[in-house]
Ligand binder design. Structure first.
Ligand code: PLP
Length: 258
């Protein structure tokens, strides 16, 4: 019997043993959109539902071998980037993206919700230089947008600076902003227009919300949605997963993605 090929998303992310963020989020959120997740792990971590305690990058040569192997075998419809282990991984990742020529969604993982810094200054600088010109959609939260666009407190200006640095579109999420009962997400579109989405604020701490959103959007793009629909549906899916979140550890809640 012939089997049609299922669209797939190549995910490059860290592993969170607590099952909230990183590759767990990718697999579940991509599958929920009807796509298949191919997962290349950039780093192992020591973490719990409170915070990340240690990041151990995977050797760049091992990433390169995994990417070469998958790219020779599988159809890949979109790429999702999460935690980058170290700056040495970036040329390998950039090379794979150039070869693939498919949409790239990047969640710039700079700081854990629990406060740990997850990206050295050198990695952030290299990310801007080497990857931004290859990114179709960057999905920083407000704090990440401000760190990536230094000096830009205003999020519309920060998104414009990130676009000037090469990212074709930017979706700045406002879950980490002090905005009362509403979360405002700001999408800087391909044409430079800005669209704002409003979601009821869920008054709880979540572990892996950003990964869930970026992966859901990547999954929607892989199954054929255009950008406006993927960005709307990715947010809707994430909001529902957060509204149904569950407790595993004693810290933040885990989005119910499946
Ligand atoms: N660990 C990994 C592997 C991640 O990719 C991320 C975020 O994307 C985190 C931890 C931090 O997640 P959170 O900010 O939800 O705690």
């Amino acid at each position: 019997m012939m089997h049609a090929i299922t669209p797939s998303v190549l995910c490059l992310s860290g592993h969170d043993p607590a099952g909230g963020a990183g590759v767990h989020a990718d697999i579940e959120a991509v599958a929920a959109q009807g796509a298949h997740a191919l997962t290349v792990i950039t780093a192992l971590t020591v973490q719990d539902s409170h915070n990340v305690h240690r990041v151990q990058p995977v050797a760049a040569a091992l990433l390169a071998a995994q990417l070469e192997c998958l790219m020779a075998d599988s159809r890949i419809d979109a790429v999702k980037l999460g935690l980058i282990g170290d700056a040495g991984q970036l040329p390998v990742i950039a090379d794979a993206i150039r070869q693939l020529g498919v949409p790239v969604i990047c969640d710039p993982v700079l700081r854990a919700g629990g406060g740990s810094n997850l990206a050295a200054a050198a990695t952030v600088a290299a990310l801007r230089e080497q990857l931004f010109p290859l990114i179709d959609l960057l999905t920083p939260n407000a704090a990440e947008a401000r760190r990536l666009a230094p000096g830009m407190a205003d999020l519309v200006e920060a998104a414009a600076a990130l676009a000037a640095a090469g990212c074709r579109q930017v979706l700045v999420t406002g879950g980490d902003e002090p905005d009362g009962d509403e979360v405002r997400n700001l999408w800087r579109r391909l044409d430079g227009d800005v669209q704002t989405f409003h979601w009821p604020r869920l008054h709880a701490g979540f572990h892996g919300a950003g990964c869930t959103l970026a992966s859901a959007i990547a999954g929607r793009i892989a199954v054929g949605d255009d950008w406006p629909r993927a960005i709307e549906q990715g947010q809707r899916y994430t909001h529902t997963a957060l509204a149904r979140a569950y407790r595993s550890g004693s810290g933040r809640l885990i989005p119910r993605r499946t």
